[in-house]
Design a protein. Structure first.
Length: 524
């Protein structure tokens, strides 16, 4: 059956994937020096455009705080580069004691789903993870943020290519419909899916048949112990819960306060711009957040004052968090669940044992494997908290939002937090570039005497980089299928002999035909 004269969205998306596949195969040969140059150019772009995209994201999605989004954009561009620039994902390494040589192999093509809550910062974050590990990446933005994310992806691609990356290394799905996303996720042209978004999308990624790295939902408690520095704890909690209007999944859902310090903590929170609602106001907030028992997504990322107005609550001008007393903790009690808005539960416990029970109740199901904070100056209690709670990251005396995500702690900075076995995830740490590369292990016989140091002087085979003066050749099929990357900006093509080049082109044509066949099967 012929390909439609007007390419369908799924056909266009698979054309993007095919182009990325070629780019990835070329980029896999780039040297560490080349990779760092390209990554640095992208990181510089992120820093330079951080405010521009922060304003755009707020305008397009309708929620969040532009000042805080600017911080996230910087952290996920120059911050990621600075954190990982000394990590080597390109050269082989040697284990003298074990007589093993390890050779890095990139995944190939990364399909990256980005959320509306953290849009452009996730684009830069995932693009840099792919670039630093010599992968190609296809970005699928959330439809509610597709304009700012698509523009950022195109700018990243242009800057990367100017720095020497192959054409097509970074691309974006322009029309991210559910049909397109599911079609691409299940394609055998995708090597790994990097999913950040709602639970349904993450589950779809895991069930696609392709390897996937995803996260589960958060529902983070913040326990304030009787030994805590109360004023410091209050500031951390208020700063964290109000950060970007609470859209990070690492934000605190509720404070679990030891009875001995609960009254003092409430006063300290008030001093930090938190409004302590009455029980009657709490009930009105419940109606606003959960009309007919279902969370109203229109409140996501809105300001405390905006939400208070909807609940007919008059609050001081400096209010940045609304605090509600919780009657209990449980999945059946909506206010103790995750709320991606600056509404914070407050629950008093009479003992440390009761605190552990409450925190476990919050994270047992909704936030399993995710994050929880503790404010405490007793090492024994800190250790107990980490050992007994079913989460995989625990900021201590730090904001949970920016602590668990590595902004205010020495955890790896990330926009994708793995929830491990607890949260039914394949990764248990903050996702970074190390998760997009695998190492081939070349191992000698145990009994054999090996001059392992001889491998130090060797270099892995590399294709030559294109010269800056090289001009791409534009080859376009009649149906609009752009094949510029097949013969223009290819470093590999420039060092192949005539027979080798013909074989390379033959292989590319076969791959394109297989891709077109796959698209037709999806379409018809």
């Amino acid at each position: 059956m012929p390909v439609p004269s007007q390419p369908t969205p799924i056909f266009q998306a698979m054309r993007v994937v095919s182009r990325a596949r070629w780019a990835g195969s070329v980029y896999a040969n780039y040297s560490r020096e080349d990779v760092l140059r390209i990554a640095k150019a992208v990181a510089d772009l992120g820093a330079k455009s951080a405010r521009h995209y922060a304003d755009w994201a707020v305008a397009e999605t309708g929620f969040g705080n532009a000042d805080h989004k600017e911080i996230k954009n910087r952290m996920c561009s120059e911050g990621i580069y600075e954190y990982y620039k000394d990590h080597d994902f390109t050269r082989h390494r040697i284990d003298r004691d074990q007589n093993v040589i390890e050779i890095p192999r990139p995944a190939g093509v990364v399909f990256a789903l980005t959320p509306s809550t953290n849009p452009v910062c996730s684009v830069f974050f995932k693009a840099l993870l792919a670039i630093m590990t010599r992968n190609a990446i296809v970005i699928s933005p959330h439809p509610a943020a597709k304009e700012c994310c698509s523009d950022a992806a195109r700018q990243i691609a242009a800057v990367a290519e100017d720095a020497g990356a192959p054409d097509g290394l970074v691309q974006v799905i322009e029309n991210p419909t559910l049909e397109v996303i599911n079609g691409v996720m299940s394609s055998d042209q995708i090597d790994v899916i990097l999913a950040t978004g709602g639970s349904q999308m993450v589950r779809a990624a895991y069930s696609s048949g392709n390897p996937a790295l995803g996260v589960g939902p958060g529902n983070c408690p913040a326990y304030v112990d009787r030994t805590a520095d109360i004023k410091h704890a209050a500031k951390c909690i208020a700063d964290s819960k109000s950060f970007d209007n609470s859209v990070l999944c690492t934000n605190e859902s509720a404070v679990i306060a030891h009875q001995a310090i609960s009254a003092e903590l409430a006063i300290a929170l008030k001093d930090q711009g938190c409004y302590l609602s009455t029980d009657e106001e709490r009930d009105r907030l419940l109606e606003v957040l959960y009309p007919e028992g279902q969370f109203d997504i229109s409140v996501i990322g809105q300001s405390a004052k905006w939400i208070a107005e909807r609940a007919r609550i008059r609050v001081p001008q400096n209010t940045r968090v609304l605090v509600v007393n919780l009657e209990r903790i449980g999945d059946d009690y909506a206010l103790s669940r995750e709320k991606l808005c600056p509404v914070l539960g407050f629950y008093v416990v009479v003992s440390r044992a009761a605190a552990m029970k409450a925190c476990n109740a919050m994270t047992r199901r909704m936030g399993s494997g995710h994050s929880a904070a503790i404010h405490c100056n007793d090492p024994e209690m800190v250790l107990r908290f980490g050992a007994e709670l079913g989460v995989l990251r625990t900021p201590v005396n730090a904001p949970c939002s920016t602590g668990a995500s590595g902004f205010d702690t020495n955890l790896a900075p990330t926009m994708t937090v793995g929830t491990g076995f607890f949260g039914r995830s394949s990764v248990a740490e903050n996702v970074g570039p190390q998760h997009l590369v695998q190492w081939v292990k070349v191992a000698y016989n145990k009994a054999e005497a090996v001059d392992i140091d001889a491998f130090h002087s060797l270099e892995l085979a590399r294709a030559q980089m294109p010269r800056a003066a090289d001009q791409p050749i534009d080859y376009t099929f009649a149906d609009g299928f752009d094949t510029r990357s097949s013969a223009s900006n290819s470093p590999a093509a420039q060092v192949l002999s005539g027979d080798e080049l013909r074989a390379e082109i033959h292989q590319i044509i076969l791959e394109e035909m297989r891709s077109l066949k796959l698209v037709r099967e999806m379409r018809y």
